[in-house]
Design a protein around this ligand. Structure first.
Ligand code: CA
Length: 224
């Protein structure tokens, strides 16, 4: 079931939207302020945000911009003014669709479904382990809110780990995964160097709770 977050300060409107969408089979949560809405949108995994533009504390422009720095959650922007929607488009903040108030709930539902359909292929490819998120389509990696910049080798290595969380990946299997980057053969001792650098980049510094654990005599395991 798709989970939707409505960020809307007009409580009666938010409630109407929630009821209607729930009847259509969605799971819906509401936040009435911009700041709390932003926090939940970043920390939790929603399939779609319905984001009002004029909000107390942090407005919809800012929320959209901040979310796009870390996440691809589809966003449907809501505004009472057509001019504002033109402004959002102009700013290229990355909202997926727009709707002007007042609107019929039926129209809202149609937009929600369309945005979700478009977002599905992106969302299903995302890999997440602990604080790390990897988007194979864009070759982007994030640790919580921060984008990480990895070399091709480090990226390939992390991709191999994140595709198999909780499994031991043997050294030979990892060397195979890295083999054809730049046509270079990865030697056994080089692999250890790559793993060490990757650990540094992903902030894997707590020996008591490693993200990538060494399995002696075998290889490594990403803790899922
Ligand atoms: Ca408002």
């Amino acid at each position: 079931m798709s989970k939707i977050l409505i960020v809307e300060d007009e409580e009666s409107i938010a409630d109407l939207e929630k009821d209607y969408l729930e009847l259509s089979g969605f799971e819906v949560e509401i936040e009435n302020q911009g700041d709390t809405g932003l926090v939940r949108a970043v920390k939790e995994d929603f399939d779609l945000l319905i984001l009002d533009l004029m909000l107390p504390e942090v407005d919809g422009f800012e929320i959209c911009r901040r979310i796009r720095q870390v996440k691809n959650t589809p966003i449907l922007m809501v505004s009472a003014k057509k001019e504002d929607i033109d402004k959002i488009r102009g700013l290229g903040l990355g909202a997926d669709d727009y709707i002007t108030k007042p609107f019929r709930l039926r129209e809202l539902l149609a937009r929600v479904k369309a945005v979700l359909r478009r977002g599905q292929s992106l969302a299903t490819n995302m890999l997440q382990v602990g604080p790390l998120r990897l988007y194979p389509d864009q070759a982007k990696v994030y640790r919580q809110e921060e984008e990480l910049f990895l070399t091709a080798m480090e990226y390939r290595l992390l991709l191999a780990f994140m595709r198999h969380p909780g499994q031991v990946l043997t050294r030979s299997r990892l060397m195979e995964a890295l083999w054809d980057v730049d046509g270079a053969f990865v030697e056994d001792n080089t692999l250890s160097v790559y793993v060490r650098r990757l650990r540094e980049k992903i902030g894997d510094t707590d020996a008591a709770q490693p993200l990538i654990a060494t399995v002696r005599g075998l290889g490594y395991r990403m803790e899922g």
